[in-house]
Design a protein around this ligand. Structure first.
Ligand code: HEC
Length: 477
């Protein structure tokens, strides 16, 4: 559904920009005027030879597109637009989280020069999982081919090409997800001004009075331009008191929280889902669902990125539920229980650039410890569908691997350059069969070289965490 909506928004934006935006100013381009992207679109005949002087391009003697004199290299309309629309404009569009738009040629041509470094060092699009470890569904990253194409286009001074080559609008034929639960912040909340980031949890009543399974989850951000990420946690009835106390202790709707939903029980809280701008579908892996008990609440953790203009947000969580699912699932947190009570402390000394903490445990033990009344993972194989890691801002890299019956360790997820802003849990391209006796290994690396005091496990911005997450379901339907 969000794909369809993004498309509509992009189209509206496209129209709006075409009306209002002036062509890119030629004066700001320090390279040869002949290759200025502003003229390439309309005056292709004079631009053909430009590629001969650009580095890395084959000199053009014949044009594969016929006699029009189009550049032989990639052009915006023929090669690049589809990539930018799918991989960038989901966030780089008016009113969304990214600082500038990439929805049409005027914008893409104007910003082409600054796109290169972010693409080259893989900071954009934000897609944290390393490609060497595992393959993921909904991969937001650029493929090697796409990366090369876009970089070649930028190197050739971003020619527009022929608008007739533009790709047809993406036809989103996936049926929209029928969300049946819609719960949101009770009153508009304005994040604290003067803070770069504001983290706040809101306790929302779960409306179902019978046990049910959540099978899809998304966020309808109220103020899209300031909502950086959202994590929703299921708080079961017997854990509620602690979170309600946190809520009551803070004036206004919600309470401050950072690494999790707050309090002692925080690391045990089950994730319902996470959302970042540009997230595609909110469906949990096919046939699976997370059980939610009646009387539960949802702790919705909002990470706001205020932009200087006081902005009120009233975001909504949308959940699709089902009475039964083929494969009931659990989200298993992986962390040393001792770290939370300093036995042993997860110490990260000041001035150290690479401090490693690791933990190994078998899957069955996690389930017994956290979900005593669950039948999942008792003596039977399971399917692992998704995995993620979580740290705070001193996190540098982290990985989660599983070792099955003496076979070599299989990498589930590896985040080689941790960025707190872009965290999530990633669905495998295909589920992996695991046994309750299989041992998972979590490894976190921290960089505290700039710090002047030691850091330990905790909930606050000044504390750290080393947490893995694995989403497992029953094997047989
Ligand atoms: C998931 C949302 C999202 C997607 C997808 C995305 N960006 Fe960004 N981009 C951002 C945000 C947000 C910023 C502002 C800086 C930040 O918060 O990291 C940004 C900043 C940038 C910057 C400024 C320099 C920098 O690194 O901060 C460039 C260049 C950029 N993006 C290029 C791209 C390109 C090219 C693509 C597609 C190939 C892309 N982005 C896809 C969200 C996104």
């Amino acid at each position: 559904m969000s794909r369809a909506r993004s498309l509509v928004v992009s189209l509206v934006a496209l129209t709006a920009c075409n009306e209002s935006a002036s062509p890119p100013t030629t004066g700001t381009d320090s390279t040869t005027a002949a290759t200025d992207p502003g003229t390439a679109a309309t005056d292709a005949s004079t631009d053909g030879p430009a590629t001969a002087t650009s580095t890395g391009d084959e000199p053009t003697t014949t044009s594969p597109t016929g006699t029009t004199g189009e550049p032989a290299g990639p052009t915006y309309y023929r090669d690049i637009k589809a990539i930018l629309d799918a991989k960038c404009a989901t966030c780089h569009r008016p009113g969304d989280i990214a600082p500038f738009s990439l929805t049409n040629y005027d914008e893409a041509g104007m910003f082409a020069k600054i796109l290169g470094p972010a693409i080259e060092d893989r900071t954009m699009p934000p897609w944290p999982p390393g490609a060497d470890c595992n393959q993921f569904a909904h991969d937001r990253g650029l493929s090697d081919g796409e990366r090369e194409l876009v970089l070649a286009w930028i190197a050739a001074d971003a020619p527009a090409g022929d608008p007739d080559d533009a790709p047809p609008p993406v036809d989103d034929d996936a049926p929209p997800i029928a969300y049946d639960v819609q719960i949101g912040i009770s009153e508009p909340f304005t994040p604290a001004e003067g803070l770069a980031d504001d983290y706040r949890c809101f306790l929302l009543d779960w409306p179902k009075d019978q046990e049910t399974y959540a099978t899809a989850f998304t966020i309808e951000p109220g103020a899209r331009e300031i909502v950086h990420h959202v994590i929703a946690f299921i708080i079961p009835p017997d854990e509620l008191a602690e979170f309600e106390a946190l809520d009551a202790a803070d004036p206004g709707p919600g309470y401050p929280c950072y690494g999790g939903p707050g309090g002692e029980a925080s690391p045990r809280a089950q994730w319902l889902g996470a959302w970042v701008p540009g997230a595609s579908s909110g469906a949990l892996p096919e046939g699976t669902g997370i059980r939610v008990k009646p009387g539960s609440k949802i702790a919705m953790q909002m990470h706001y990125h205020p932009n200087g203009v006081p902005t009120a947000d009233q975001s909504t969580i949308m959940v699709r539920t089902a009475d039964t699912v083929a494969r009931p699932a659990l989200l298993l947190p992986v962390a040393h229980p001792g770290w939370m009570v300093d036995a042993p402390p997860m110490t990260i000394p000041a001035g150290e650039a690479d401090v490693m903490h690791s933990f190994t445990i078998d899957l069955g033990s996690i389930i017994q410890y956290l979900y005593k009344d669950e039948a999942i993972g008792v003596g039977k194989p399971m399917l692992a569908h998704m995995a993620g890691v979580h740290m705070h801002t001193r996190g540098a890299r982290a990985s989660l691997a599983v070792e099955s019956g003496g076979a070599p360790e299989a990498c589930l997820v590896d985040v080689p350059r941790w960025d707190f802003n872009w965290q999530g849990i990633y669905e495998f391209a295909a589920p992996i069969t695991v046994e309750p006796s299989d041992v998972v290994r979590l490894e976190c690396h921290f960089d505290n070289s700039a710090g002047d005091s030691a850091i330990k496990w905790g909930e606050g911005t000044g504390d750290e965490m080393c947490l893995g997450m694995i989403y497992v379901s029953t094997d047989a339907p």
